[in-house]
Design a protein around this ligand. Structure first.
Ligand SMILES: [Zn+2]
Length: 391
């Protein structure tokens, strides 16, 4: 599944209508959850009968919201409960029953209730102006409407991804990528991808705002103002970075058939107090997620190298391992004399590690079907060594 995000501009009346729908959905969500608390012992959920009950007792609700959108609410409750039972089964500590919602922030139309023309036509709401900044490929499966706290409205289209045939000119290409702090990424062919200037500028601005905030008095008006500015700056950075990551991942997927990346230990990544580090952590994950779905959708392959422990400490030429302190930027092999940039050496290792591995894992976002991925992996396994020989 691929999700497209577009800005929409509902008028005041339409906004009120949508917000009212959010409110109804919230109440129904809570009602369903409450009823299920009762049913917990029997472990039987019959959402349809509950919805029917609400339908009879409060018909006014039903006239205002599209029936499909309500169906989606019961799906959300089911999902929350499923997750709850899964966590109970896994015996994770502190398993809490799903919470009642104080707000529902989005509404989803599965299958029907919307039409996409020059404007976005929504059942019970009307025609909403929309800015199509790109073309939608594939069949629209669901539509979701969201609003952020700055009253900016968005629509999300979830589409089934089309699986394109592998382009022949990419067949001979394989690349390893090392992500780092100095450069955003270093490729195994020595190319470096720097963090774009505009992002660095935006991040500097954020740091300045954060410093300003720390000087303000608690609960003062001016503190509130700075807080709002910080939130806006966060959104701006997120958008800028997202755009950068989308373009970079697209470029890589278009040029390389096989992409090897480091397996990032996401849980092990401590959210430390340095803001910049936090932003990088988040964007690495996002970057690999984007690479993954783009690679799969276009017939390529992303391989997570599982053997990267010490990929920067190992010589990519002879395999000799040696101590590499974090501040050492050049890898000088004591055994064979290889002299390479630290990240470049790591990126080559990343690529080499995928050869001869029996266990290779492919990262994918949750929406990509595992069976489909497995097929891709097997296909790639046979071609893999052959590809790498041609490097
Ligand atoms: Zn060496």
């Amino acid at each position: 599944m691929i999700t497209y995000k577009f800005r929409i501009y509902p008028n005041k009346k339409q906004q009120r209508k949508i917000l009212y729908q959010f409110k109804i959905c919230k109440e129904i969500y809570n009602e369903l959850l409450y009823q299920n608390k009762e049913y917990l012992i029997t472990k039987k959920y019959d959402f349809n009968s509950i919805i029917k009950d609400i339908k009879i007792t409060c018909p006014a609700y039903y006239s205002k919201v599209h029936s499909q959108a309500l169906q989606n609410i019961s799906d959300r409750v089911s999902k929350a409960l499923e997750n709850f039972f899964r966590r109970v089964k896994e015996k994770k500590e502190k398993v809490g029953f799903p919470r009642f919602k104080s707000r529902v922030k989005s509404i989803t139309y599965p299958q029907s209730g919307f039409m996409i023309n020059k404007k976005l036509k929504l059942s019970k709401i009307g025609n909403i102006p929309i800015i199509y900044h790109r073309t939608i490929k594939g069949k629209v499966k669901t539509l979701t409407i969201k609003v952020n706290k700055f009253n900016q409205w968005y629509v999300f289209f979830s589409c089934e991804a089309e699986n394109k045939k592998i382009k022949n000119n990419r067949l001979h290409n394989a690349i390893g990528i090392d992500v780092g702090l100095e450069n955003f990424a270093t490729l195994s062919n020595g190319e470096k991808v720097e963090n774009p200037r505009f992002l660095i500028r935006s991040e500097d601005k954020l740091k300045k705002l954060q410093r300003r905030l720390s000087r303000k008095k608690l609960r003062s008006k001016s503190r509130k103002k700075v807080k709002l500015k910080i939130a806006r700056q966060h959104i701006k950075i997120f958008n800028q970075r997202n755009d950068f990551l989308h373009k970079l991942s697209r470029k890589l997927v278009n040029n390389y058939r096989l992409i090897a990346v480091e397996k990032l230990n996401i849980k092990g990544m401590v959210h430390n107090r340095y803001l910049a580090k936090h932003i990088y952590d988040v964007s690495w994950n996002r970057f690999i997620q984007l690479l993954s779905y783009k690679a799969v959708a276009s017939g390529g392959l992303l391989i997570e190298s599982t053997k990267t422990k010490g990929s920067s400490k190992r010589c990519s030429n002879c395999g000799f391992e040696m101590e590499m302190k974090l501040n050492k930027r050049v890898f000088k092999c004591d055994s064979c004399g290889l002299k390479l940039n630290r990240d470049h050496n790591a990126a080559i290792n990343m690529l080499k590690d995928t050869v001869g591995h029996t266990e290779i894992s492919t990262l994918a976002d949750d929406n990509v079907r595992p069976s489909f991925l497995k097929a891709k992996i097997y296909e790639a396994r046979t071609k893999r060594d052959e590809l790498l020989m041609k490097q």
